[in-house]
Write a protein that binds this ligand. Structure first.
Ligand code: KG4
Ligand code: ZN
Length: 340
């Protein structure tokens, strides 16, 4: 089966062609193109939804054409068209969804609707054989979710952020620190040079029995701290702020993974999403998993961020389960499929 996948849920337009034989967990990436809008949004310090939609609309058709050409195939060779339909910026999602619907209709191909968060998790299957059940942690600029999966298509959201996503907190604090949007990668680098104990910061795992996160308190605390220090004329050591923030985030994430392990006793953990490119989070998670004898599966750093290969892989499992979307498919800003 040859899948064409399209992703446009936030600020990256992506198209990929992936081959995967039916019933086998084998994937050949025939093309993988990502057109980032970061430069456009950087001057505003964050994603401007209307600008994102327009950029997707300009890019999606030529990018898809290039993805087909690089794979050496035409639309006739494609067996199914996959698209991210939720969650994300509604205007941005609609560009990809409508484009994919047009292709599916014109070329009489099955259309497969993919949840972006499940897509991120599917990036873990590219280089590793993952056996269900497993827990999954997805951290990106827009999402922070803890899930439990009985199979590649049967997910339950057991914890989520109640406000800001981790990446959003990194990016907003980064803006106050004068870092370029998106700030995550630069913060990662600065954190390695700073003292993680320089500032005592609040955690992001609420003190209750839930598996939820809350990053807005931590974000506001750090931004207030930076503003106060600035007013006092105290010099801010960016490296120390980044190191302390990273420590607060990783400690909270590992705490929730521990809580979830107590409840679900999972043996495998898939961790994905743009923020999982973070070297400190990757090593803190590896330490935790080693101690608990849990197998940790993470995509390589280049496949942590938004891409369409992950959408094709999630689509394969939906397709093989018979989950074909109809041409009435709509974009949904939040995940409607996940039980909480
Ligand atoms: O998954 P993604 O590409 O897009 C969304 O679905 O949101 O994630 C983007 C997010 C941004 O907030 C960016 O700052 C963050 O991932 N990010 C990182 C790192 N690289 C990217 N955060 C922390 N450490 C990194 N190395
Ligand atoms: Zn994403």
């Amino acid at each position: 089966m040859l899948y064409l996948a399209i992703e446009s849920s936030c600020d990256e337009t992506a198209a990929a062609v992936v081959y995967s034989p039916q019933g086998q967990d084998v994937f050949e990436i025939r093309s993988n193109l990502v057109a980032s809008q970061i430069e456009i949004h950087a001057r505003y310090g964050g994603v401007v939804p209307e600008i994102a939609s327009r950029a997707h609309a300009e890019t999606v058709a030529p990018l898809t054409q290039r993805a087909l050409a690089e794979a050496g195939v035409t639309m006739e060779d494609i067996d199914a068209v996959a698209v991210t339909s939720e969650p994300g910026l509604i205007g941005a999602l609609l560009v990809g969804v409508n484009f994919a619907k047009g292709l599916a209709y014109a070329y009489k191909k099955p259309l497969i609707s993919v949840n972006h968060i499940r897509g991120h998790i599917a990036a873990c299957f590219i280089e590793h054989k993952v056996k269900a059940p497993y827990a999954a942690f997805v951290a990106s600029g827009g999402h922070t979710s803890l899930m439990y999966a009985e199979s590649y298509t049967d997910y339950e959201t057991v914890g989520r952020t109640r406000d800001d996503a981790i990446g959003e907190a990194f990016d907003k604090i980064g803006r106050v620190l004068g870092l370029t949007y998106p700030a995550g990668a630069e913060m990662d680098r600065l954190a390695s040079l700073g003292n993680p104990d320089a500032y005592k910061l609040p955690g992001a795992a609420p003190l209750d029995d839930s598996l939820d996160f809350s990053f807005s308190g931590l974000k506001t605390y750090v931004i207030n701290l930076l503003n106060t220090e600035k007013m006092r004329g105290t010099e801010i050591v960016k490296e120390d702020i980044c190191a302390s923030l990273t420590k607060a985030v990783t400690t909270s994430v590992v705490k929730r993974l521990k809580d979830a392990h107590r409840i679900y006793g999972y043996k495998t953990l898939c961790a994905a999403g743009g923020v999982m490119a973070n070297s400190h989070l990757r090593s803190a998670m590896a330490d935790f998993c080693k101690k608990e004898n849990v197998e940790l599966v993470m995509p390589s750093v280049s496949l942590c961020g938004d891409n369409a290969v992950m959408i094709a892989i999630a689509a394969k499992y939906e397709f093989e389960k018979g989950n074909i979307a109809n041409l009435g498919l709509d974009g949904e800003p939040s995940s409607k499929h996940d039980r909480v």
